[in-house]
Design a protein around this ligand. Structure first.
Ligand code: NAD
Ligand code: UFG
Length: 338
Protein backbone atom coordinates (compact mmCIF):
# COMPACT_ATOMS: atom_id res chain seq x y z
CA UNK A 1 0.00 0.00 0.00
CA UNK A 2 1.16 3.51 -0.79
CA UNK A 3 0.46 6.30 1.68
CA UNK A 4 0.71 10.04 1.15
CA UNK A 5 2.01 11.68 4.34
CA UNK A 6 1.55 15.45 4.36
CA UNK A 7 3.85 17.15 6.87
CA UNK A 8 5.97 13.99 6.87
CA UNK A 9 9.25 15.73 7.71
CA UNK A 10 7.77 17.26 10.88
CA UNK A 11 7.99 15.90 14.40
CA UNK A 12 5.03 13.50 14.44
CA UNK A 13 4.95 12.95 10.67
CA UNK A 14 8.58 11.77 10.54
CA UNK A 15 8.11 9.27 13.39
CA UNK A 16 4.98 7.99 11.64
CA UNK A 17 6.77 7.76 8.29
CA UNK A 18 9.37 5.57 9.98
CA UNK A 19 6.67 3.34 11.48
CA UNK A 20 4.95 3.05 8.08
CA UNK A 21 8.17 2.08 6.28
CA UNK A 22 9.00 -0.43 9.00
CA UNK A 23 5.55 -1.95 8.57
CA UNK A 24 6.12 -2.38 4.82
CA UNK A 25 4.14 0.58 3.41
CA UNK A 26 5.45 2.75 0.59
CA UNK A 27 5.46 6.41 1.58
CA UNK A 28 5.26 9.66 -0.38
CA UNK A 29 5.92 12.71 1.79
CA UNK A 30 4.62 16.18 0.89
CA UNK A 31 6.05 19.00 2.99
CA UNK A 32 6.82 22.66 2.35
CA UNK A 33 9.59 22.53 5.01
CA UNK A 34 8.29 25.69 6.73
CA UNK A 35 8.87 24.11 10.14
CA UNK A 36 11.21 21.21 9.42
CA UNK A 37 14.00 19.99 7.18
CA UNK A 38 14.44 16.88 5.11
CA UNK A 39 17.19 15.81 7.54
CA UNK A 40 14.42 14.01 9.43
CA UNK A 41 13.91 11.75 6.41
CA UNK A 42 17.65 11.03 6.21
CA UNK A 43 17.45 9.89 9.83
CA UNK A 44 14.45 7.71 8.97
CA UNK A 45 16.45 6.07 6.17
CA UNK A 46 19.49 5.56 8.40
CA UNK A 47 17.34 3.85 11.02
CA UNK A 48 15.25 1.53 8.86
CA UNK A 49 17.23 1.25 5.61
CA UNK A 50 14.19 2.29 3.55
CA UNK A 51 13.27 5.69 2.22
CA UNK A 52 10.18 7.75 1.58
CA UNK A 53 9.83 9.78 -1.60
CA UNK A 54 10.08 13.45 -0.59
CA UNK A 55 8.10 16.06 -2.54
CA UNK A 56 8.80 19.66 -1.55
CA UNK A 57 5.56 21.59 -1.85
CA UNK A 58 2.49 23.03 -0.25
CA UNK A 59 -0.72 21.27 0.64
CA UNK A 60 -2.63 24.31 -0.68
CA UNK A 61 -1.17 23.73 -4.17
CA UNK A 62 -3.95 21.92 -6.01
CA UNK A 63 -2.11 21.34 -9.33
CA UNK A 64 0.77 19.77 -7.38
CA UNK A 65 -1.63 17.54 -5.42
CA UNK A 66 -3.29 16.46 -8.68
CA UNK A 67 0.11 15.54 -10.13
CA UNK A 68 1.00 13.52 -7.03
CA UNK A 69 -2.26 11.56 -7.22
CA UNK A 70 -1.80 11.03 -10.98
CA UNK A 71 1.79 9.82 -10.66
CA UNK A 72 1.33 7.62 -7.59
CA UNK A 73 -1.29 5.10 -6.80
CA UNK A 74 -2.12 6.46 -3.34
CA UNK A 75 -4.35 4.30 -1.13
CA UNK A 76 -4.75 6.64 1.84
CA UNK A 77 -3.54 9.96 3.23
CA UNK A 78 -2.16 10.81 6.67
CA UNK A 79 -2.58 14.57 6.97
CA UNK A 80 -0.14 16.18 9.44
CA UNK A 81 0.72 19.33 7.45
CA UNK A 82 -0.25 22.55 9.15
CA UNK A 83 0.89 25.33 11.42
CA UNK A 84 0.76 24.62 15.15
CA UNK A 85 2.08 27.48 17.32
CA UNK A 86 -0.81 28.75 19.43
CA UNK A 87 0.66 32.22 20.15
CA UNK A 88 1.70 32.79 16.54
CA UNK A 89 -1.82 31.85 15.41
CA UNK A 90 -3.19 34.81 17.39
CA UNK A 91 -0.81 37.16 15.56
CA UNK A 92 -1.19 35.58 12.11
CA UNK A 93 -4.73 34.18 11.90
CA UNK A 94 -4.97 34.32 8.11
CA UNK A 95 -1.81 32.21 7.69
CA UNK A 96 -3.21 29.64 10.11
CA UNK A 97 -6.64 29.43 8.50
CA UNK A 98 -5.08 29.30 5.04
CA UNK A 99 -2.56 26.57 5.77
CA UNK A 100 -4.73 24.49 8.08
CA UNK A 101 -8.29 24.97 6.81
CA UNK A 102 -7.74 25.79 3.12
CA UNK A 103 -4.94 23.21 2.96
CA UNK A 104 -7.23 20.48 4.29
CA UNK A 105 -10.06 21.43 1.94
CA UNK A 106 -7.74 21.51 -1.08
CA UNK A 107 -6.34 18.13 -0.09
CA UNK A 108 -9.83 16.60 0.20
CA UNK A 109 -10.83 18.05 -3.18
CA UNK A 110 -7.76 16.54 -4.82
CA UNK A 111 -8.35 13.21 -3.06
CA UNK A 112 -11.97 13.07 -4.23
CA UNK A 113 -10.95 13.90 -7.79
CA UNK A 114 -8.44 11.04 -7.66
CA UNK A 115 -10.88 8.59 -6.05
CA UNK A 116 -8.96 8.38 -2.75
CA UNK A 117 -11.33 8.45 0.23
CA UNK A 118 -9.29 7.31 3.23
CA UNK A 119 -7.90 10.05 5.44
CA UNK A 120 -6.35 10.24 8.89
CA UNK A 121 -6.39 13.75 10.29
CA UNK A 122 -4.20 15.19 13.09
CA UNK A 123 -6.62 16.84 15.46
CA UNK A 124 -6.01 17.89 19.01
CA UNK A 125 -7.39 17.72 22.53
CA UNK A 126 -7.63 21.48 22.23
CA UNK A 127 -11.03 21.00 20.51
CA UNK A 128 -12.54 19.99 23.88
CA UNK A 129 -11.91 23.45 25.35
CA UNK A 130 -12.07 23.24 29.16
CA UNK A 131 -14.26 20.27 30.11
CA UNK A 132 -15.51 20.14 33.70
CA UNK A 133 -14.85 16.44 34.03
CA UNK A 134 -11.74 14.29 33.57
CA UNK A 135 -10.82 12.04 31.85
CA UNK A 136 -12.03 13.35 28.50
CA UNK A 137 -14.09 11.01 26.34
CA UNK A 138 -14.68 11.42 22.61
CA UNK A 139 -18.40 12.02 23.17
CA UNK A 140 -17.74 15.10 25.30
CA UNK A 141 -18.94 18.24 23.53
CA UNK A 142 -16.32 20.25 21.74
CA UNK A 143 -15.62 23.59 23.38
CA UNK A 144 -14.76 27.01 22.09
CA UNK A 145 -11.04 27.11 21.31
CA UNK A 146 -9.45 30.33 22.55
CA UNK A 147 -7.11 30.85 19.59
CA UNK A 148 -7.11 30.56 15.78
CA UNK A 149 -4.98 27.37 15.89
CA UNK A 150 -7.60 25.58 17.98
CA UNK A 151 -10.42 27.07 15.90
CA UNK A 152 -8.76 25.79 12.74
CA UNK A 153 -8.71 22.22 14.11
CA UNK A 154 -12.38 22.40 15.07
CA UNK A 155 -13.35 23.88 11.69
CA UNK A 156 -11.51 21.11 9.85
CA UNK A 157 -13.16 18.45 12.04
CA UNK A 158 -16.57 19.92 11.13
CA UNK A 159 -15.72 20.11 7.43
CA UNK A 160 -14.64 16.45 7.46
CA UNK A 161 -17.78 15.45 9.35
CA UNK A 162 -19.98 17.19 6.75
CA UNK A 163 -17.98 15.58 3.95
CA UNK A 164 -18.60 12.08 5.36
CA UNK A 165 -22.29 12.85 5.79
CA UNK A 166 -22.54 13.99 2.17
CA UNK A 167 -20.52 11.22 0.54
CA UNK A 168 -20.51 7.71 2.02
CA UNK A 169 -17.34 6.68 0.17
CA UNK A 170 -15.23 8.64 2.68
CA UNK A 171 -13.66 6.94 5.67
CA UNK A 172 -11.97 9.46 7.95
CA UNK A 173 -10.23 9.20 11.32
CA UNK A 174 -10.05 12.27 13.53
CA UNK A 175 -7.19 11.57 15.93
CA UNK A 176 -7.26 13.91 18.90
CA UNK A 177 -3.74 13.96 20.27
CA UNK A 178 -3.05 14.89 23.85
CA UNK A 179 0.54 16.10 24.51
CA UNK A 180 3.05 14.37 22.23
CA UNK A 181 6.62 14.33 23.57
CA UNK A 182 9.67 12.07 23.47
CA UNK A 183 11.85 10.91 20.63
CA UNK A 184 12.85 7.77 18.77
CA UNK A 185 14.87 5.43 21.00
CA UNK A 186 17.86 5.60 18.60
CA UNK A 187 18.49 9.18 19.73
CA UNK A 188 18.64 10.31 16.09
CA UNK A 189 15.08 11.56 15.59
CA UNK A 190 13.15 13.93 17.79
CA UNK A 191 11.44 17.27 18.12
CA UNK A 192 13.37 20.16 16.59
CA UNK A 193 11.41 23.34 17.24
CA UNK A 194 12.55 26.46 15.44
CA UNK A 195 13.29 29.37 17.75
CA UNK A 196 12.38 29.34 21.42
CA UNK A 197 10.09 26.39 22.17
CA UNK A 198 6.49 27.08 23.21
CA UNK A 199 5.93 23.67 24.72
CA UNK A 200 7.03 22.39 28.09
CA UNK A 201 9.25 19.41 27.32
CA UNK A 202 11.31 20.94 24.49
CA UNK A 203 11.81 23.97 26.74
CA UNK A 204 12.97 21.84 29.68
CA UNK A 205 15.38 19.87 27.52
CA UNK A 206 16.91 23.05 26.10
CA UNK A 207 17.41 24.34 29.65
CA UNK A 208 19.06 21.04 30.60
CA UNK A 209 21.42 21.16 27.63
CA UNK A 210 22.35 24.77 28.43
CA UNK A 211 20.74 26.51 25.45
CA UNK A 212 18.19 28.27 27.67
CA UNK A 213 18.70 29.75 31.11
CA UNK A 214 15.68 28.65 33.17
CA UNK A 215 12.16 27.32 32.80
CA UNK A 216 9.18 29.56 33.49
CA UNK A 217 6.42 27.58 35.14
CA UNK A 218 3.13 29.18 34.14
CA UNK A 219 1.15 29.18 37.38
CA UNK A 220 1.33 27.17 40.60
CA UNK A 221 -2.15 28.05 41.85
CA UNK A 222 -4.29 25.66 39.80
CA UNK A 223 -6.56 23.23 41.65
CA UNK A 224 -4.21 20.31 40.87
CA UNK A 225 -1.93 17.96 42.82
CA UNK A 226 0.79 20.61 43.32
CA UNK A 227 -0.79 23.71 41.79
CA UNK A 228 0.87 23.36 38.36
CA UNK A 229 -0.95 22.41 35.15
CA UNK A 230 -1.65 18.73 34.48
CA UNK A 231 -1.45 17.14 31.00
CA UNK A 232 -1.55 13.72 29.38
CA UNK A 233 1.92 13.31 27.84
CA UNK A 234 2.17 10.64 25.17
CA UNK A 235 5.33 9.21 23.60
CA UNK A 236 5.58 10.17 19.93
CA UNK A 237 6.39 6.54 18.98
CA UNK A 238 3.17 5.35 20.66
CA UNK A 239 1.35 8.11 18.79
CA UNK A 240 2.87 6.96 15.49
CA UNK A 241 1.67 3.40 16.21
CA UNK A 242 -1.81 4.80 16.80
CA UNK A 243 -1.80 6.14 13.24
CA UNK A 244 -1.01 2.72 11.80
CA UNK A 245 -3.87 1.21 13.79
CA UNK A 246 -6.23 3.97 12.66
CA UNK A 247 -5.16 3.47 9.04
CA UNK A 248 -5.88 -0.24 9.32
CA UNK A 249 -9.22 0.42 10.95
CA UNK A 250 -10.56 2.94 8.43
CA UNK A 251 -9.92 0.44 5.64
CA UNK A 252 -12.79 -1.61 7.03
CA UNK A 253 -15.06 1.23 8.15
CA UNK A 254 -16.74 4.17 6.53
CA UNK A 255 -17.81 7.57 7.77
CA UNK A 256 -16.16 9.59 10.47
CA UNK A 257 -14.48 8.07 13.52
CA UNK A 258 -12.96 9.98 16.42
CA UNK A 259 -10.27 8.57 18.67
CA UNK A 260 -8.39 10.14 21.57
CA UNK A 261 -4.70 9.31 21.54
CA UNK A 262 -3.42 9.76 25.07
CA UNK A 263 -2.17 7.54 27.88
CA UNK A 264 -5.00 8.20 30.34
CA UNK A 265 -2.53 9.52 32.94
CA UNK A 266 -2.03 13.15 33.90
CA UNK A 267 1.26 14.61 35.15
CA UNK A 268 1.87 18.08 36.55
CA UNK A 269 4.56 20.45 35.29
CA UNK A 270 6.60 19.85 38.46
CA UNK A 271 6.29 16.07 38.09
CA UNK A 272 7.59 16.37 34.52
CA UNK A 273 10.50 18.55 35.65
CA UNK A 274 11.45 15.98 38.33
CA UNK A 275 11.17 13.07 35.90
CA UNK A 276 13.38 14.91 33.40
CA UNK A 277 16.00 15.69 36.06
CA UNK A 278 16.08 12.03 37.03
CA UNK A 279 16.45 10.85 33.43
CA UNK A 280 19.12 13.39 32.49
CA UNK A 281 21.04 13.77 35.73
CA UNK A 282 20.89 17.54 35.11
CA UNK A 283 19.08 20.07 37.22
CA UNK A 284 16.40 22.23 35.60
CA UNK A 285 16.25 25.64 37.25
CA UNK A 286 12.80 27.18 37.17
CA UNK A 287 10.87 30.23 38.25
CA UNK A 288 7.14 30.34 38.90
CA UNK A 289 5.40 32.96 36.74
CA UNK A 290 1.76 33.98 36.33
CA UNK A 291 -0.60 31.65 34.50
CA UNK A 292 -0.37 31.61 30.68
CA UNK A 293 -3.53 32.93 29.08
CA UNK A 294 -5.71 30.24 27.47
CA UNK A 295 -4.26 27.36 29.54
CA UNK A 296 -6.60 24.90 31.25
CA UNK A 297 -5.78 23.49 34.71
CA UNK A 298 -5.85 19.89 33.64
CA UNK A 299 -6.42 17.75 30.58
CA UNK A 300 -6.14 14.01 30.23
CA UNK A 301 -7.72 11.37 28.04
CA UNK A 302 -9.99 8.46 28.39
CA UNK A 303 -8.40 6.42 25.63
CA UNK A 304 -10.45 3.26 26.12
CA UNK A 305 -12.29 3.79 22.81
CA UNK A 306 -9.01 3.53 20.88
CA UNK A 307 -8.06 0.48 22.91
CA UNK A 308 -11.38 -1.23 22.21
CA UNK A 309 -11.83 -0.25 18.57
CA UNK A 310 -8.24 -0.02 17.33
CA UNK A 311 -6.50 -2.45 19.65
CA UNK A 312 -4.12 0.40 20.50
CA UNK A 313 -2.79 1.47 23.85
CA UNK A 314 0.16 3.69 24.71
CA UNK A 315 2.82 1.58 26.40
CA UNK A 316 5.71 3.96 27.11
CA UNK A 317 6.04 5.53 30.57
CA UNK A 318 6.80 9.14 31.47
CA UNK A 319 10.32 8.04 32.47
CA UNK A 320 10.86 6.51 29.01
CA UNK A 321 9.59 9.71 27.38
CA UNK A 322 12.13 11.73 29.39
CA UNK A 323 15.02 9.32 28.76
CA UNK A 324 14.35 9.31 25.00
CA UNK A 325 13.97 13.11 24.90
CA UNK A 326 17.28 13.53 26.70
CA UNK A 327 19.08 11.01 24.46
CA UNK A 328 17.96 12.98 21.38
CA UNK A 329 18.69 16.41 22.92
CA UNK A 330 22.13 15.46 24.23
CA UNK A 331 23.12 13.74 20.95
CA UNK A 332 21.79 16.67 18.92
CA UNK A 333 21.92 19.87 20.99
CA UNK A 334 21.06 21.90 17.88
CA UNK A 335 18.45 19.49 16.59
CA UNK A 336 18.95 18.19 13.06
CA UNK A 337 21.64 20.83 12.50
CA UNK A 338 24.05 19.17 14.87
P1 NAD B 1 5.50 20.01 12.87
O1 NAD B 1 5.46 21.48 12.67
O2 NAD B 1 6.75 19.39 13.34
O3 NAD B 1 5.04 19.28 11.54
C1 NAD B 1 4.14 19.86 10.61
C2 NAD B 1 4.79 19.76 9.23
O4 NAD B 1 3.91 20.32 8.27
C3 NAD B 1 6.11 20.53 9.15
O5 NAD B 1 7.09 19.68 8.61
C4 NAD B 1 5.79 21.69 8.23
O6 NAD B 1 6.92 22.07 7.47
C5 NAD B 1 4.67 21.13 7.38
N1 NAD B 1 3.73 22.11 6.84
C6 NAD B 1 3.13 23.13 7.49
N2 NAD B 1 2.30 23.78 6.67
C7 NAD B 1 2.37 23.15 5.47
C8 NAD B 1 1.73 23.33 4.22
N3 NAD B 1 0.85 24.32 4.03
N4 NAD B 1 2.04 22.50 3.21
C9 NAD B 1 2.93 21.49 3.38
N5 NAD B 1 3.57 21.27 4.54
C10 NAD B 1 3.28 22.09 5.57
O7 NAD B 1 4.28 19.65 13.85
P2 NAD B 1 3.92 18.28 14.57
O8 NAD B 1 4.10 18.48 16.03
O9 NAD B 1 4.58 17.15 13.90
O10 NAD B 1 2.35 18.26 14.31
C11 NAD B 1 1.78 17.53 13.24
C12 NAD B 1 0.27 17.76 13.23
O11 NAD B 1 -0.26 17.36 14.51
C13 NAD B 1 -0.12 19.22 13.04
O12 NAD B 1 -1.29 19.26 12.24
C14 NAD B 1 -0.44 19.68 14.46
O13 NAD B 1 -1.38 20.72 14.46
C15 NAD B 1 -1.03 18.41 15.06
N6 NAD B 1 -0.93 18.36 16.52
C16 NAD B 1 0.30 18.52 17.12
C17 NAD B 1 0.39 18.51 18.52
C18 NAD B 1 1.71 18.72 19.19
O14 NAD B 1 1.71 19.06 20.39
N7 NAD B 1 2.85 18.52 18.53
C19 NAD B 1 -0.76 18.32 19.29
C20 NAD B 1 -1.99 18.14 18.66
C21 NAD B 1 -2.06 18.16 17.25
N1 UFG C 1 4.23 25.17 30.58
C1 UFG C 1 5.06 25.86 31.46
N2 UFG C 1 6.16 26.47 30.95
C2 UFG C 1 6.47 26.45 29.62
C3 UFG C 1 5.61 25.76 28.73
C4 UFG C 1 4.49 25.13 29.25
O1 UFG C 1 4.81 25.90 32.67
O2 UFG C 1 7.47 27.06 29.22
C5 UFG C 1 3.07 24.45 31.14
C6 UFG C 1 1.74 24.93 30.57
O3 UFG C 1 1.25 26.02 31.33
C7 UFG C 1 0.89 23.66 30.68
C8 UFG C 1 1.90 22.53 30.45
O4 UFG C 1 3.18 23.10 30.74
O5 UFG C 1 0.38 23.53 31.98
C9 UFG C 1 1.91 21.99 29.02
O6 UFG C 1 2.06 23.08 28.13
P1 UFG C 1 2.46 22.85 26.58
O7 UFG C 1 2.63 24.19 25.96
O8 UFG C 1 3.58 21.88 26.45
O9 UFG C 1 1.18 22.11 25.97
P2 UFG C 1 -0.35 22.54 25.95
O10 UFG C 1 -1.11 21.55 26.77
O11 UFG C 1 -0.53 23.96 26.25
O12 UFG C 1 -0.71 22.36 24.40
C10 UFG C 1 -0.28 21.24 23.63
C11 UFG C 1 -0.04 21.71 22.19
C12 UFG C 1 -1.33 22.14 21.56
C13 UFG C 1 -2.34 21.04 21.68
C14 UFG C 1 -2.52 20.61 23.12
C15 UFG C 1 -3.47 19.46 23.25
O13 UFG C 1 0.87 22.79 22.18
O14 UFG C 1 -1.10 22.38 20.20
O15 UFG C 1 -1.25 20.23 23.65
O16 UFG C 1 -3.11 18.46 22.37
F1 UFG C 1 -3.52 21.50 21.21
Amino acid sequence: MKILVTGGTGYIGSHTTLALLEAGFEVVVLDNLCNSSDAALHAVEAICGKSALMIHGDVCDRPLLDRIFQQHSIDAVLHFAGLKAVGESVRKPLEYYESNVCGSITLCQAMAAAGVFRLVFSSSATVYGAPEQMPIREDFPTGTPTNPYGQSKLIIENVLRDLCAAEPKWSIALLRYFNPIGAHASGHMGEDPSGIPNNLVPYISQVAVGSLHELSIFGDDYPTVDGTGVRDYIHVVDLADGHLKALQSISTRSGINVWNLGTGDGYSVLQVVRAFEQASGRSVPYRVMPRRSGDVAECWADSSKAQKELGWKATRSLQEMMTDTWRWQSNHPRGYQG
